[in-house]
Design a protein around this ligand. Structure first.
Ligand SMILES: NC(=O)C1=CN([C@@H]2O[C@H](COP(=O)(O)OP(=O)(O)OC[C@H]3O[C@@H](n4cnc5c(N)ncnc54)[C@H](OP(=O)(O)O)[C@@H]3O)[C@@H](O)[C@H]2O)[C@H](O)CC1
Ligand SMILES: Cc1cc2nc3c(=O)[nH]c(=O)nc-3n(C[C@H](O)[C@H](O)[C@H](O)COP(=O)(O)O)c2cc1C
Ligand SMILES: Cc1ncc(COP(=O)(O)O)c(C=O)c1O
Ligand SMILES: [K+]
Length: 461
């Protein structure tokens, strides 16, 4: 899931003492166990990484884990990354015998995740790994790093020089604190790690103010309101069910470099339903089952007599052998264009499934009865909205709509029937031609063209 952009405001940064105190409160009076918090912290790290670095491009991950809980977060993250499709390796030189940690190690071993000793690490990390997870030290770090972490940190610092020389080098993701940085002062002499991504846990620590890399995320979605109030935490809201949220502006991106390499199961001609409506239903059901947002949203394209096409989204409200139905305002632009030219096309794009469906055909209004029936099934607010809205016209201001809405809301507050306005109703597109598209690697997609009644061709273009 994408992270929110609504978090450009001020953010609270914690001192080392506050971070430790919050930890104690969570695991004392608030009843959390360290295992729970670590699991959520590690999951946040893995999901933050997956938002930015796709496993198809950044597959080999080395998690360098320290002796404390920060190291534990790294072990948990490595496990989740494995399940997300990455290939993790772990370097965990100073192990503790506590059952929590030995359990995490056993879990990773059972997934055949290789553990590399410091001596086994390759000399040049840039060839062997795509991502380096710095989970050496968190908010309890103090003084100067002791062996073997001093050398490991040096290796990470050295990678910055590669970047300066524009050579290929792995990205660095730091968990909570860039290891070696002062928890409050940050990279004091400017010679420390320069991570590409920082995942702050619970709330960012003061050192995070000095983070200048492109990706700052917040994770650890377990802070109860009592802690937020006590420490006056001002943090961005987590979007939806996400375990992480981006802090600050997303980096400037090169639009021309934005691309996905689609990877999907083959969509073979022999799998295609003979009746395109059945094929559509099958894919529609898949989109619903995949939990995609508004799988019934479709782009409707129309052209009036001037021959200039126009598109907009509408919601599919039924589909069967007779066609595809949506509802709208009969005095809108689309309605005018459809009255001038009944030919139109519909386009569905199901992002999460790498699928697109094109449907072309001719459009007619549905019967008054059908519109009437559907109109009264809508929430009363939307029924009033349909009366208020003079779609595709310029309104003097939102207040005009609100005023009228309020008046009608009062008028119908007794629950009486809200009459369907004449200008509102449905359209049905009777399909003639379908194209089912399944995205595949290197732009060699599967495309299947079907005409209603008889199947014509399947091709790869
Ligand atoms: N509530 C939360 O915010 C949660 C945070 N989590 C993660 O936990 C870390 C903090 O974990 P903690 O165990 O307290 O500390 P560290 O992981 O930072 O490190 C402690 C160990 O590191 C050793 N240490 C400290 N300084 C040095 C140094 N200069 N050189 C070598 N070793 C060092 C320290 O040993 P000492 O002998 O010095 O005490 C410890 O062995 C937080 O940042 C989050 O990542 C939880 O996972 C979830 C809840
Ligand atoms: C996801 C989505 C669904 C929409 N569904 C409808 C709809 O079902 N009916 C409708 O009239 N407008 C719907 N709209 C608004 C239309 O896109 C459009 O703004 C409006 O119908 C006016 O279009 P027109 O001026 O081209 O006629 C939807 C917009 C979005 C983004
Ligand atoms: C202007 C307009 N009309 C109608 C609809 C469809 O609404 P409903 O699902 O209530 O029929 C939408 C949906 O976004 C809309 O924006
Ligand atoms: K760290």
């Amino acid at each position: 899931m994408a992270s929110s952009l609504q978090n450009q405001g001020s953010i609270t940064y914690l001192t080392q003492r506050e971070a430790a105190e919050i930890d104690e409160i969570l695991m004392g009076p608030l009843g959390f166990s360290v295992d729970q918090l670590m699991e959520l912290a590690g999951l946040s790290v893995a999901t933050s990484m997956a938002e930015v670095y796709k496993p198809s491009e950044y597959n080999r991950v080395l998690a360098i884990c320290g002796p404390g809980n920060n190291g534990g977060d790294g072990l948990v993250a490595a496990r989740h990354l494995y399940h997300f499709g990455y290939k993790p390796f772990v370097c965990y030189p100073k192990r503790t015998s506590k059952p929590l940690y030995s359990g995490l190690v056993t879990q990773l071993e059972s997934l055949s995740i290789p553990f590399l000793s410091v001596d086994e690490l390759p000399v040049d990390w840039s060839n062997d790994f795509d991502i380096l997870v710095d989970a050496m030290f968190g908010f309890s770090f103090h003084g100067a790093p002791r062996p073997p972490f001093d050398n490991l940190i040096e290796k990470l610092v050295h990678l910055n020089n590669y970047k300066q020389r524009q050579q290929k080098s792995p990205v660095i993701v730091s968990v909570d604190i860039p290891s070696g940085w002062h928890v409050e002062e940050g990279d004091v002499n400017g010679e420390g790690i320069k991570p590409d991504m920082l995942v702050s846990l619970t709330a960012p620590k003061l050192c995070a103010k000095k983070f200048s890399g492109p990706h700052h995320f917040l994770g650890g979605r377990f802070v109860p309101p009592s802690i937020a109030e006590k420490y006056k935490l001002h943090l961005p809201p987590y979007p939806g069910t996400s375990m992480c949220v981006r802090i600050g502006k997303p980096p400037q991106i090169d639009i021309s470099a934005l691309r996905e390499n689609y990877m999907s199961p083959d969509f073979l001609e022999e799998q295609v339903e003979a009746d395109p409506i059945d094929q559509f239903r099958k894919w529609f059901d898949d989109a619903v089952a995949a939990g995609l947002k508004e799988p019934n949203a479709m782009a409707l394209s129309t052209t009036g007599k001037d021959g200039k096409p126009s598109s907009r989204m509408v919601l599919l409200k039924s589909v069967d052998k007779d066609g595809f139905v949506w509802y709208t305002n009969y005095e809108s632009r689309k309605a005018r264009e459809l009255s001038e030219n009944s030919h139109a096309s519909l386009l569905f794009y199901w992002d999460g499934l790498n699928r697109q469906v094109r449907v072309e055909g001719s459009v007619q209004k549905v019967s008054d009865d059908e519109s009437e029936q559907y109109f009264h099934s809508r929430p009363r607010g939307s029924q009033i909205g349909a009366i208020v809205s003079k779609q595709s016209t310029i309104v003097p201001g939102r207040h005009v709509l609100h005023q009228l809405y309020k008046e009608l809301e009062e008028k119908y507050s007794d629950g009486s029937l809200i009459p369907k306005p004449k200008h509102w109703g449905g359209y049905r597109l009777q399909p003639e031609r379908f194209e089912f598209w399944q995205g595949q690697q290197s732009r060699l997609h599967d495309r299947c063209l079907l005409y209603l009644g008889n199947r014509r061709t399947g091709s790869r273009i």
